[in-house]
Design a protein around this ligand. Structure first.
Ligand SMILES: Nc1nc2c(ncn2[C@@H]2O[C@H](COP(=O)(O)OP(=O)(O)OP(=O)(O)O)[C@@H](O)[C@H]2O)c(=O)[nH]1
Ligand SMILES: [Mg+2]
Length: 451
């Protein structure tokens, strides 16, 4: 049994409005103890979801605010329980006093995410929607916010349910074949099932393919600036960031430590990491910095290898070029194109000047092309941004691949069943839905074999 929880739902600080929220049995009664409608009518006489004006009282009965109360009765509420909200003025002291009064009326402090957890447990939201709530709150770009809103509206849920439903059909049919061998059941349409599995896998693959873009939009593409000392790595970071983020001097070995900055380049969010220039050095601090550079290069997704075109190429440049090979993606940048050229850069080098800004647009275009935004899924919930969800989708894809293979190689139905069940289980992790109940209820409602 659920109990009565309460919390201040708005951020702390002085604001126009502050909201006290309650959910659970007795929510309406608790509000009645702290709130009196100005009309003199009892709060319970108002229909659900009506805004009622009145006075808010502290635990001693003193008026602490004039506010609006609204009650949503189960199951038509966010949590699926009786809920109430008090829209007060946004003062920290009055909200604290209001919350105390609600505690005195029988509520307890809600834990983090507890309202949404209840919404999930009561089936108001699936797990992907519950996670979208957090994503929407945390979204720091319009794209991520729009995408989270789409997922709150069920964008992932509907995709998962469409596939889930196809798989349950297969499962139900296979169970029927196994459990009731004497019943007259339509013959195995093997090719049809293989096709259904392939379709399901393709749908999930399409969803999973969006994750790279979603992950980049959320945390940025890990991008390391590599090069020997003095080529202009920190200058390029500053040019892209649009302010003097890193120290730039004419002294080689200026940067000693890695420094990260989130920068939008060519429409792509980069987690840009400036590094200590690569060279052999007797300086202990610098040597530690170089070791960090190498570690950063290993974990980066994109390496920007910088050459100083105004100087001849050196062995240290070659080392930087080799290190850049470790990253899944790399671009070679020929810096200082404003100065007379002293080396012929490798083919495909993007020539620019971090000092004048010349050629930065070519770098932007190259980065945009790398992430390949053109023609991809819109930011309406179709983009996976959550690693847990992506992992579940990947497991479902894998299991479906196995099921397809098993079917094609003439395995027994129970072998195929295991793989399909694995896929359903993985989808269940995406949506938080349970497996067994579904299988059972679908078998009897669709196939009617249990009569
Ligand atoms: N003319 C010209 N000078 C540049 C350009 N980019 C950087 N510089 C100069 O080159 C010198 C080194 O620049 P930094 O950005 O500190 O180079 P770095 O690669 O970070 O060097 P370390 O931190 O020592 O590894 C500074 O004097 C910059 O002003 C450029 O595009 N053109
Ligand atoms: Mg530097």
């Amino acid at each position: 049994m659920s109990d009565l929880i309460a919390a201040v739902a708005t951020a702390r600080g002085s604001a126009a409005i502050g909201i006290l929220r309650l959910s659970g049995p007795g929510a309406v009664g608790a509000v009645e103890q702290v709130f009196r409608p100005a009309s003199g009518r009892p709060l319970t006489s108002y229909p659900s979801r009506t805004l009622v004006y009145g006075s808010l009282h502290d635990a001693q009965g003193r008026v602490i605010d004039w506010c609006l109360a609204t009650v949503s009765r189960a199951p038509h509420s966010y949590t699926g329980e009786d809920t109430a909200e008090l829209q007060c003025h946004g003062g920290a002291a009055l909200l604290a006093a209001g919350l105390e009064a609600l505690f005195a009326a029988g509520a307890r402090q809600a834990g983090p995410g507890e309202f949404t957890k209840r919404a999930f447990l009561n089936g108001r939201l699936d797990l992907s929607q519950a996670e979208a709530v957090i994503d929407l709150i945390e979204a720091d770009t319009a794209e991520l916010a729009a995408n989270a809103a789409g997922q709150l509206g069920g964008a992932i849920r509907s995709r998962a349910e469409a596939v889930h439903s196809q798989l349950i059909d297969i499962l139900a049919h296979f169970h029927a074949v196994l459990d009731y061998p004497d019943e007259e059941i339509a013959p195995f349409e093997l090719a049809g099932y293989v096709q259904t599995l392939a379709d399901a896998r393709a749908q999930l693959q399409q969803l999973h393919d969006t994750f790279r873009r979603g992950r980049i939009a959320r945390s940025g593409l890990a991008t390391v600036l590599l090069g020997r000392p003095n080529v202009g790595k920190s200058s390029l970071l500053n040019a892209l960031a649009g302010y003097d983020r890193a120290i730039v001097t004419a002294v080689p070995g200026t940067t000693r430590d890695t420094a990260a900055e989130r920068v939008r380049v060519g429409g792509v969010l980069l987690r840009l990491i400036d590094t200590a220039g690569l060279r052999q050095t007797a300086d202990e601090v610098e040597a530690l910095g170089v070791a960090r550079t190498e570690a950063a290069a290993q974990s980066a997704e994109l390496a920007l290898c910088i050459l100083d075109l105004s100087r001849p190429r050196t062995a240290e440049d070659e080392r930087a070029l080799a290190l850049a090979q470790a990253a899944p993606h790399r671009l070679i940048v020929g810096n200082k194109c404003d100065l007379p050229r002293q080396q012929e850069p490798p083919e495909g080098t993007i020539c620019l000047s971090a000092r004048t800004g010349e050629g930065l647009d070519a770098l932007e275009a190259a980065i945009a092309a790398l992430v390949g935004d053109a023609g991809s899924a819109p930011w309406d919930g179709a983009v996976l941004t959550n690693a847990r969800q992506a992992g579940a989708v990947a497991r479902a894809i894998e299991a479906l691949g196995r099921a397809e293979q098993a079917m094609q190689s003439g395995m027994t139905p129970d072998a195929v069943l295991t793989d399909v069940e694995d896929a359903i289980e993985a989808l269940g992790q995406l949506t938080g839905r349970s497996l067994r109940e579904d299988v059972v209820s679908r078998i009897f409602s669709r196939f009617c074999v249990g009569k």
